[in-house]
Ligand binder design. Structure first.
Ligand SMILES: Nc1ncnc2c1ncn2[C@@H]1O[C@H](COP(=O)(O)OP(=O)(O)OP(=O)(O)O)[C@@H](O)[C@H]1O
Length: 242
């Protein structure tokens, strides 16, 4: 399948089981929220999806490529925004993106076109020649998302991308990324904040390494709202914002 397919994936750190038989898919054009409290296993799953670590069991297919058998092809189809920013503060936005484009084999005019397109998608085109240090936190994050799109991936992974941002910046970023999904990207967005989720989104609830539910946000929210449904499933209320 062309999106992301995670099948029977398990992982242990020594004796500690971090992921236990995780299964779900994200199709092109879907925004999938990976919703889990602290310690659920979200970052571990992202590390597996980006091949920083290797699954003990199970398979991960990216745009039809098995990440264990065809890692280069699979990783080339992924754009990723990690929790920790990785920007050169003293370079301009464009220089940061050009460096990254080069890592993907893009240069010259094709790199410029890809960079302009990615910045436009995130509403950042007019900031291209500013140094990163001059940008606020929300704009820096939008720039990192644009950078993850430069090589035109099929799947975008974001690990808690709004941490530390104010409400307006969070809203802007969630809006932009929902637009990317509407335009055909498969998006996997790890979060513990239910207000980042739209009714039409897919929601995978992860808790203590296991998938507790996988389905539409509207259905999950139906009886008592998303926040209460999530709290009831994970029983770790102090880690959730409504
Ligand atoms: N390097 C490691 N060594 C041992 N245990 C780890 C390591 N990294 C994570 N863990 C454990 O694995 C489990 C899953 O952690 P993980 O960081 O993937 O969760 P998370 O959902 O991303 O949490 P958070 O929202 O706090 O980032 C936790 O019990 C955690 O303590």
């Amino acid at each position: 399948m062309p999106g992301l397919d995670i099948s029977h994936v398990s992982f242990r750190y020594g004796k500690r089981r971090a992921l236990d038989d995780v299964n779900f898919t994200v199709e092109p054009g879907r925004f999938c929220a990976l919703l889990g409290p602290n310690g659920a296993g979200k970052s571990t799953l992202f590390a597996l999806l980006t091949r920083l670590i290797v699954a003990d069991e199970g398979t991960i297919c990216v745009a039809g490529f098995d990440i264990a058998r065809s890692p280069r092809a699979a990783l080339a189809r992924i754009g990723v925004v990690f929790q920790q920013p990785t920007l050169d503060l003293d370079m301009t936005v464009r220089r940061n993106l050009r460096y990254f484009a080069g890592l993907h084999g893009l240069s010259g005019r094709s790199a410029s076109l890809a960079i302009d397109a990615a910045l436009t998608q995130l509403g950042m085109a007019e900031r291209a020649d500013e140094t990163v240090r001059a940008l606020n936190g929300g704009h820096r994050r939008r720039m990192e998302i644009a950078r993850a799109l430069v090589h035109r991936p099929d799947i975008l992974l974001l690990d808690e991308p709004t941490v530390g941002l104010d409400a307006a910046s969070r809203q802007s970023i969630t809006g932009h990324v929902h637009d990317l999904a509407d335009n055909g990207l498969a998006v996997l967005w790890a979060t513990h904040l239910v207000d980042e989720i739209a009714p039409s989104d897919q929601v995978v609830v992860l808790h203590r390494g296991r998938v507790l539910s996988n389905g539409g946000a509207a259905e999950l929210a139906e009886e008592r709202g998303l926040a209460k449904a999530f709290l009831a499933m994970t029983a770790e209320g102090d880690e959730v914002s409504p």
